[in-house]
Design a protein around this ligand. Structure first.
Ligand SMILES: *Cc1c(COP(=O)(O)O)cnc(C)c1O
Length: 239
């Protein structure tokens, strides 16, 4: 993103947003889904607060950040935005995360869920706090998340947390040269969700899967939340 003129930036984001919406509609139509059942989470980790304010002006309101501290800093400077956490969460940051994020998509252990449940009582009494369970569908040693086989055993303990609403499952697909190979990952997450729900697990139907390179495949395979960064905001500069 080289443009610094705020008006021009809003126009770029608005166009990119419209194209992503069109592609969601196209993918939905291919499989007979209603595109209204796909939530676009705009992944804003590459944007500073001025870029985020332009994104809000372009009509985006729901943002994903992968670091607690960055989310807190940006939220203070970007009115009108809602935030979800899509990166790893350490136990000692849960309280802070609850102050800013309306949902945590990356719950990867019963211990973390237990801690969120306990702190929600202080931070957000009277609500059931939405979480997704991150699943390492491909058993990738580099990725966080429940192993699929471990998830079923975790369902009992998770159901006992009265202040949590387990809305569904989330996965980060493998970095695949061929996007079609991501399809298998998405299918496995959906199958896992259906299996668990078929056994009356206390878990909702949400499926958070798909990013810039493969969100259309994810929509075709049943994603209800896609997490898109680069297709909206441009390529990230290498760190
Ligand atoms: C960065 C990130 C995304 C978005 O990736 P893009 O390729 O920019 O769309 C989605 N999910 C997670 C967990 C991320 O960290």
């Amino acid at each position: 993103m080289t443009s610094t003129d705020p008006g021009e930036r809003v126009a770029l984001f608005r166009d990119a947003y419209a194209r992503v919406i069109e592609r969601i509609a196209g993918a939905s139509a291919r499989v007979g889904r209603d595109p209204a059942n796909v939530t676009l989470l705009a992944v804003s980790k590459s944007l500073a607060p001025d870029g985020l304010r332009a994104a809000v002006d372009a009509g985006l309101t729901l943002f994903g950040e992968n670091r607690v501290q960055a989310g807190i800093a940006k939220a203070a400077e970007v009115p009108g935005a809602r935030w979800q956490l899509i990166g790893p969460l350490q136990g000692n940051k849960v309280g802070k995360a609850l102050d800013v994020f309306e949902a945590i998509q990356t719950v990867d252990s019963v211990g973390l869920a237990e801690r969120i449940d306990r702190l929600v009582a202080e931070a957000r009494p009277r609500v059931r706090y939405p979480i997704l369970l991150q699943v390492n569908v491909d058993d990738d040693p580099a990725k966080a998340g429940f192993q699929p086989a471990a998830l079923e055993a975790a369902m009992g303990p998770l159901a006992a947390f009265e202040r949590l609403e387990v809305q569904g499952l989330m996965t980060i697909g493998r970095l695949a040269a061929d996007p079609e190979s991501a399809r298998g990952t998405f299918r496995r997450l959906r199958d896992l969700s259906e299996t668990l729900r078929g056994r009356a697990a206390a878990i909702g139907p949400a499926l958070s899967m798909g990013m810039t390179d493969d969100f259309e495949l994810a929509v075709e395979e049943g994603a209800t939340i896609i997490r898109v960064g680069r297709a909206l905001f441009g390529e990230r500069r290498p760190d």
